[in-house]
Design a protein around this ligand. Structure first.
Ligand code: ADP
Length: 487
């Protein structure tokens, strides 16, 4: 296999270093994990999961409908009433620790499957997604018997059955973000992964099974939007936790309006990365690249709008272009790869549509010359300069490796521009001045503001948005409150 390269990087091309798939075992087809057993979908319907890097078939996945969801919710309710709510916090913690430890033991397998199924570079799934997912279970296992300290003087009760729906950009990590706090607080779960990335959630079902959780405490059901809607609309669900697009978030909010269901919604983003003239420029350029290009821009908090102070704009843009030329686009399983495959054909079409819009809007495009693989879904890193705040490529979420660059002169101007978006998930600030950082963190309307770094996550740190980026927080003590009733 030949490593993917950009023209300018041919002189120092790395040898290919593909991760082995020899230790991976995938079934030909996956059923639904309901009540501690693998159940065939009542309709008998399955769909294909493919590898977006080469369009090869990976496995058949069950498509759950309303009747299957009803079975899963009944199992979760029974498990809640008869088993999980009867356990002490320290007993629940033992199960959650066990899940975390088995995940760690199987980390390599999970990382490879994540890259095969989702297209993200193995370096990302191996070093970021899977360790963070394990840490999330470890972190919340620690809270399970300490809820009275998380909420002093309050009576803490679980909500009951949580319906959880997750997207394709961080499949296992999002499953961990949803399941770990729900279990720690005593809830039972029906979780649906995204249709293009079901495999690591199904592997997690195997792990949960091996950890010996009582049947029905965690149920993993697969399918499309109709399956998600069946969870949202099921009358015996107490809580909906959703991560995905703002459009579906709005549908969910309408669907549960007037019911007693609680909800947390983590939706889209169009996050600003702001570079001041006193910033460590090389470090900032690396942070920008990490914030938008690694992981194909498939991060809801991706720093997709860059604001550079005018006096250093020329320098920063040149350094960015130089750095982008050295990025490897290609086989997600190659350890050298920086930008893997776009998750699906549909997503690639969306990104291409926005790139065309950007060109039509008069923006200047820069893409390094890349030898993209013939099969699979790939997009080179793309930089747009000469853009205006009103351009669609600045306003709308693209969810791909596309960065818009604008300049600013004053702090007030950049705050106004950064906040001029329907979203409010994250932002980055690069400067040498601590006072400037604190000034901006209070004024930027974003759930997370990173200073002199980007895309850093920790289970103890809450994450969530403002405005159309959703509401509710995941992670940290805040993440517990989304799953409890306090009195
Ligand atoms: P993305 O644009 O990130 O794919 P989506 O919002 O389309 O985000 O999908 C996120 C998750 O929501 C997926 O698991 C998807 O199957 C599910 N989903 C899609 N439509 C609906 C719906 N109407 N109700 C509930 N879940 C849905």
């Amino acid at each position: 296999m030949k490593s993917k390269k950009t023209e300018s990087s041919t002189s120092w091309l790395y040898s290919p270093s593909p991760e082995s798939t020899a230790h991976i075992s995938l079934r030909e087809s996956y059923d639904l994990y309901i009540n501690g057993k693998w159940e065939k979908p009542i309709s008998g319907k399955y769909f294909d999961s493919i590898n977006p890097a080469n369009e090869k078939h990976l496995a058949k996945i069950a498509h759950a409908d309303q009747a299957d969801i009803d079975k899963a919710v009944k199992a979760a309710r029974k498990a809640y009433d008869t088993a999980w709510s009867k356990l002490s916090g320290s007993e629940r913690a033992k199960y959650i620790y066990r899940i975390a430890r088995i995940m760690q033991e199987r980390a390599r397998e999970l990382a490879v499957i994540e890259s095969l199924d989702g297209g993200k570079p193995i370096r990302e799934s191996r070093d970021i997604d899977i360790p963070l997912a394990c840490n999330h279970f470890f972190y919340y296992a620690g809270w399970a018997d300490k809820l009275e300290y998380a909420f002093p003087t309050r009576k803490v009760e679980a909500l009951g059955v949580a319906g959880q729906i997750i997207p394709w950009n961080f499949p296992l990590l999002m499953a961990a973000w949803k399941i770990a706090p729900a279990l720690a607080t005593g809830n039972t779960v029906v979780l649906k992964p995204a249709e293009t990335t079901s495999l690591t959630a199904l592997k997690l079902a195997e792990i949960i099974h091996d950890a010996g959780l009582p049947p029905g405490v965690v149920n993993i059901v697969t399918g499309f939007g109709d399956t998600g809607a069946a969870i949202v609309n099921h009358p015996d669900i107490n809580k909906i936790a959703f991560t995905g697009s703002t459009n579906v978030g709005k549908i969910i909010q309408k669907a549960i309006a007037g019911t007693s269901k609680k909800a947390t919604l983590e939706l889209g983003g169009k996050s600003a990365n702001i570079i001041f003239d006193d910033a460590p420029i090389d470090q900032a350029v690396e942070g920008i690249v990490n914030g938008i290009f690694f992981n194909q821009g498939h991060v809801c908090c991706a720093g997709s709008r860059l604001y550079v102070q005018e006096s250093v704009a020329e320098k920063v843009i040149q350094k960015l272009k130089d750095r982008i030329q050295t990025l490897y686009v290609g086989d997600p399983l190659d350890k050298n790869t920086d930008i893997g495959a776009i998750n699906s054909k549909e997503q690639l079409q969306t990104i291409d549509k926005y790139i065309k819009i950007g060109i039509k809007e008069g923006a200047e495009i820069y893409q390094p010359a890349c030898n993209l693989p013939k099969k699979g879904f790939y997009c080179p890193p793309t930089l747009f300069t000469n853009v205006a705040q009103s351009n669609l490529i600045v306003q709308e979420e693209i969810f791909g490796p596309v960065l818009t660059v604008q300049t600013f002169r004053t702090v007030d101007e950049v705050i106004q521009k950064a906040n001029n978006t329907p979203f409010g998930l994250a932002a980055g600030v690069w400067t040498d001045k601590g006072s400037r950082i604190f000034n901006l963190t209070t004024k930027l309307r974003a759930g997370v503001v990173w200073a002199n770094t980007y895309n850093k996550f920790d289970p103890s740190s809450p994450f969530g948005g403002y405005k159309e980026s959703g509401f509710g927080r995941e992670g940290g003590v805040h993440g517990l409150s989304a799953y409890v009733k306090l009195s």
